[in-house]
Design a protein around this ligand. Structure first.
Ligand SMILES: Nc1ncnc2c1ncn2[C@@H]1O[C@H](COP(=O)(O)OP(=O)(O)OP(=O)(O)O)[C@@H](O)[C@H]1O
Ligand SMILES: [Mg+2]
Length: 167
């Protein structure tokens, strides 16, 4: 089983990934760490203080691997059986990001990205998944989210919860 978890920063990929990895007994890859350690980047973005992923290198790393969870906002580049797209109300994303030492600008950029569904749109425009789980984490705990994902995966089903942050 190959599972990707994507979504705007602060939406809960790492938190949910850890719970799911234990429950499903699958190795967990944190993509930002992996990209750094395995040098799967093309350049370093000084302004953003982040590496620019090289999608081909990322795909190559996962080629032939059949059991894993890969979590990170570039997970949608990796061919998977399930892509989990985590969503949260922009206000909730802001609250979750406030815990971090991010600049206000960085927080607002991410809140805006969630409002406009940037990551979800990218994933659907260039689908590398067989099945999708699009889930609203707003009024749920990480455990509840992981449980819904586990249940959906074990049944071989898909899940698409509608969200609209533009109203
Ligand atoms: N239902 C939920 N699902 C996931 N995380 C939640 C939920 N409710 C609250 N949280 C909290 O939101 C925060 C999400 O942080 P986390 O580091 O998991 O996000 P992330 O998507 O991995 O961010 P980044 O892209 O920056 O790595 C955590 O503090 C987590 O406990
Ligand atoms: Mg994370």
């Amino acid at each position: 089983m190959r599972i990707g978890i994507t979504g705007t920063p602060g939406v809960g990929k790492t938190t949910v990934g850890k719970i799911l990895s234990k429950r499903l007994n699958l190795p967990l890859y944190n993509l930002s760490k992996l990209i750094r350690e395995e040098r799967l980047y093309s350049s370093y973005d000084k302004e953003r203080n982040a590496y620019e992923v090289e999608p081909e290198k990322l795909r190559k790393f996962f080629e032939g691997k059949e059991s894993f969870i890969a979590e990170g906002l570039v997970a949608h580049y990796i061919p998977v059986d399930y892509l989990v797209i985590l969503r949260a109300e922009p206000e909730v994303v802001r609250e979750r990001l406030k815990e971090r030492p991010y600049s206000q600008r960085k927080v607002e950029e991410n809140v805006e990205a969630e409002r406009l569904a940037v990551i979800a749109t990218e994933a659907f425009e260039n689908p590398n998944f067989k099945r999708v789980i699009h889930i609203d984490t707003t009024n749920r705990s990480p455990e509840e989210v992981a449980e819904i994902v586990e249940r959906t995966v074990s049944k071989g089903e898909e899940l698409f919860e509608e969200v609209d942050w533009l109203e």
